[in-house]
Ligand binder design. Structure first.
Ligand code: ADP
Ligand code: ZN
Ligand code: ZN
Length: 742
């Protein structure tokens, strides 16, 4: 190519470098190529870059600039995403090119074309007649036929709506439905002629109306904290606001925690609108992710529901962002680009001058604080929609309970009696214990030997059913030993009960009642979670025992009793967020009780009946927000976030000394520049709570600062200091701004 016939562009590359690099591409290109990919030769190897600027000012002769090959005709890093990534890179101290990399679907990162291939879908051969329908006995198949009457549907959507591929295949085999490859020249959602709504929604109650009006009456940027108790109809508010946004020809982005993406959630959206809905989450293939990305970029879908990374999907004419369960820690990425989707979501909404809704029954203290400061507007939903009432709370003082076999397994005599009475009435009981496995660990009674993971500073958890001792950090596991490796004694015993043990115990007590367990050991895929949740909803199981997997987003109308087995372990933790998390979790779990037309109860077992948090939780006069206000006061007194700003400076290495001395040296360097900054403090180097993880040693320093700006300036200097050093291959260094797990 001739130099006169090319365009100079700046490119970011997926390398730990803050710089942009100049390349030249063939032909005369304008700003339309910003956000497209190029293939470049960088430091001797070919890699993918993204164009960030056209015709930048550079001090090199054009002939010295290397060539790059333009890969796309379309630009998919839109202006607003570009701004979000630039902000995110500076705020979270992570190299820009690597932020871009996190924002792209894997197939685009790998250089695959920005284009659909075949999209497997199903449609009816012909609408079956009465006779044919009468022959079908499977309710699932009949339900599927009903849905297919509305037109062709992607198989991915059917999976999300809870249909198994067996159901689909059965209809195909019967000649009722057929598999097709969706052609991709679908319309833009704004050109669809059907009415926006597919179904008649319920009439909003007065609180919902107020919330909907507050949000839709402004077409401008604003952050709304939708604080609604569980079952108060938050999702219904989202759907109404989305409807208004769609009416204006704009699109909506809904972010949810991974765990909330159940068929119940999907169906609410898919059933409501004639406008196509796309989704992005971990159960998709790379291909399906890219399809959803193109759906949104090309305006074919009007709604995207997804987890954290869906935030970076290009959406022209974005009119609304929703962060559901905004307090959920899954919105924070905990490695590489350690961003919080709530913070970057707000930046994206600002860029688009559109509203953002943060919804939660138990908002984060950060959000409650921002309401106090007048930065967010709070909208309250205080009554349960559809008339269900709030549960009653009751405490079992464990000090007065006999030390029975049951109590050693987490179930007191009184609770056991209540479980018996409730199930005898035909109701369901849900027991909550945030500890999976059979027992927390194993001890030798003779010599005191405990079984640790050889790769981590972690006790091995006993899994009886699997006959393994397992490390919950690295999944390393061994058969349950019969004798102590230290003293050969066979007097080994287990300590600390987990969900498996509770479940086993209850099975011996209630052999005739179905008992279902839900935790990460028995539920590893979405399909497993769905089938278990369905079995619970169908009423086959009257007792459900589970971890926090149970706490979120599932509607169980027949649950009338929720038992909290071990609240005490979350009361005394050295993490300043543990009380906030406990209050959130308990409020969420309690929300599972009495969702239908039956009154619910929540029973909390504790050895600390007089604990303030417990008393607040059971006090009907005291809402979660009251608790949050109290916790905020403590945070203020202790100079903790959100009253101060924090960051971790982290290192890890397979050599303990490497990780430690690197940070220790950095610490002295930082102390010497610290006087340039005011109101900032840095701790000495400390081990992480679990120093050894998967054979790597982890250390950190904590920086605390009264000003966000100063903290950011300081961290930039930290990064520059480290950038000038040549680090050992094996050493990892990272900065984590606003850490949420201590
Ligand atoms: P949340 O998201 O706050 O948990 P949902 O939006 O899921 O609450 O509402 C809880 C239940 O109440 C759902 O079954 C929903 O269909 C129903 N619901 C919501 N709003 C109304 C309303 N205004 N009238 C009747 N039922 C409603
Ligand atoms: Zn021993
Ligand atoms: Zn381990």
């Amino acid at each position: 190519m001739k130099d006169s016939d090319c365009t100079i562009v700046n490119v970011v590359i997926n390398r730990p470098l803050q710089k942009k690099f100049a390349y030249k591409i063939e032909g005369k290109a304008g700003v339309e190529c910003i956000g497209s990919r190029v293939e470049v030769n960088f430091a001797g190897s070919n890699c993918i870059g993204i164009i960030t600027d056209v015709n930048p000012e550079i001090n090199l002769p054009v002939s010295k600039i290397k060539k790059a090959k333009l890969l796309d005709k379309t630009s998919f890093i839109s202006e607003d995403i570009k701004k979000v990534l630039e902000f995110g890179s500076a705020f979270y101290q992570y190299p820009l090119g690597q932020c871009y990399n996190v924002a792209l679907p894997k197939m685009l990162r790998d250089g695959k074309p920005f284009a659909y291939e075949n999209i497997p879908a199903i449609e009816l051969q012909s609408v079956p007649d009465e006779d044919a329908l009468a022959k079908i006995r499977s309710q699932e198949q009949l339900k599927l036929i009903e849905i297919l009457k509305n037109g062709t549907i992607r198989r991915k959507e059917l999976r999300e709506r809870g249909f198994s591929s067996q159901t689909e295949n059965a209809l195909i085999k019967k000649g009722i439905a057929k598999l097709i490859n969706l052609q991709t020249e679908q319309k833009r959602f704004t050109e669809i002629e059907l009415p926006i709504l597919k179904e008649n929604p319920p009439v909003p109650n007065i609180e919902q109306q107020n919330a909907i009006l507050s949000i839709t009456s402004t077409n401008e940027f604003g952050v709304f904290l939708l604080n609604g108790i569980t079952g108060s109809g938050k999702t219904e508010v989202y759907l109404r606001v989305i409807e208004e946004v769609l009416k204006q020809g704009k699109a909506a982005l809904v972010l949810v925690p991974e765990i909330a993406l159940t068929p119940q959630t999907f169906n609410r959206f898919y059933r409501r609108f004639n406008i196509p809905v796309s989704s992005m989450h971990s159960a998709l293939t790379d291909r399906e992710r890219l399809d959803a990305y193109i759906d949104m970029q090309s305006g074919k879908s009007g709604i995207l529901i997804g987890t954290r990374t869906a935030l970076f999907t290009p959406i022209p004419n974005l009119g609304l962002i929703i962060i559901d369960e905004e307090h959920d820690s899954s919105f924070k990425q905990s490695d590489s680009f350690r961003y919080h989707a709530r913070s970057l979501g707000i930046i994206r909404a600002k860029e688009n001058n559109c509203p953002i809704i943060l919804g939660s029954a138990t908002p984060s203290l950060e959000s409650v604080y921002n309401v106090k400061k007048g930065i967010y507007k709070k909208l309250d939903l205080t009554i349960r929609a559809g008339g269900a009432s709030l549960p009653d709370f009751q405490i079992i003082d464990l000090r007065n309970e006999p030390l029975t076999e049951g109590l050693k397994t987490g179930v007191s005599e009184t609770l056991e009696k209540e479980i018996g009475e409730e199930t005898a009435k035909g109701n369901q009981v849900m027991l909550f214990l945030n500890r999976r496995g059979y027992a927390h660990h194993m001890v030798c009674h003779n010599c005191g030997h405990v079984f640790m993971c050889p790769h981590c500073d972690n006790l091995l958890t006993v899994h009886k059913g699997l006959n393994r001792l397992k490390c919950h950090m690295c999944e390393n596991n061994i058969p349950i030993p019969k004798v102590c490796p230290n003293c050969q004694s066979d007097a080994l015993f287990e300590q600390g009960f987990g969900t498996e043990q509770v479940s086993d115990y209850l099975k011996t007590r209630y052999p005739d009642i179905g008992i279902e367990r839900i935790d990460r050991d028995v539920v590893t895929t979405k399909a497993q979670l769905e089938s278990r949740l369905n079995r619970i909803t169908s009423g086959k199981f009257q007792i459900v025992i589970g971890t926090q997997m149970l706490a979120k987003g599932h509607d169980f109308p027949n649950v009338t009793l929720v038992g909290i087995l071990d609240i005490d372990s979350s009361l005394f933790s050295d993490d300043f967020r543990s009380l906030e998390n406990a209050a959130q979790l308990l409020t969420q779990v309690s929300g599972r009780s009495g969702r239908g037309n039956k009154k619910g109860r929540v029973i909390i077992q504790t050895h600390h009946k007089d604990n303030l948090l417990i008393n607040q939780l059971i006090n009907p006069e005291c809402s979660y927000l009251n608790i949050a206000e109290d916790l905020l006061k403590t945070r203020k007194n202790l100079m903790l976030p959100p009253y101060t700003y924090q960051a971790f400076i982290l290192s890890n290495s397979s050599e303990r000394i490497t990780a430690f001395s690197f940070l220790n040296k950095l610490h002295s360097e930082l102390i010497s520049v610290l006087n340039k900054y005011s109101n900032i403090a840095i701790t000495p180097v400390m081990s992480d709570k679990m120093e050894k993880q998967q054979n790597r040693y982890h250390f950190h320093m904590l920086v605390t600062c009264l000003s966000r700006k100063t903290l950011n300036m300081f961290l930039t200097e930290v990064r520059n200091i480290v950038a000038e050093q040549s680090l050992s291959q094996d050493l990892r260094f990272a900065i984590e701004v606003d850490p949420i797990i201590m």
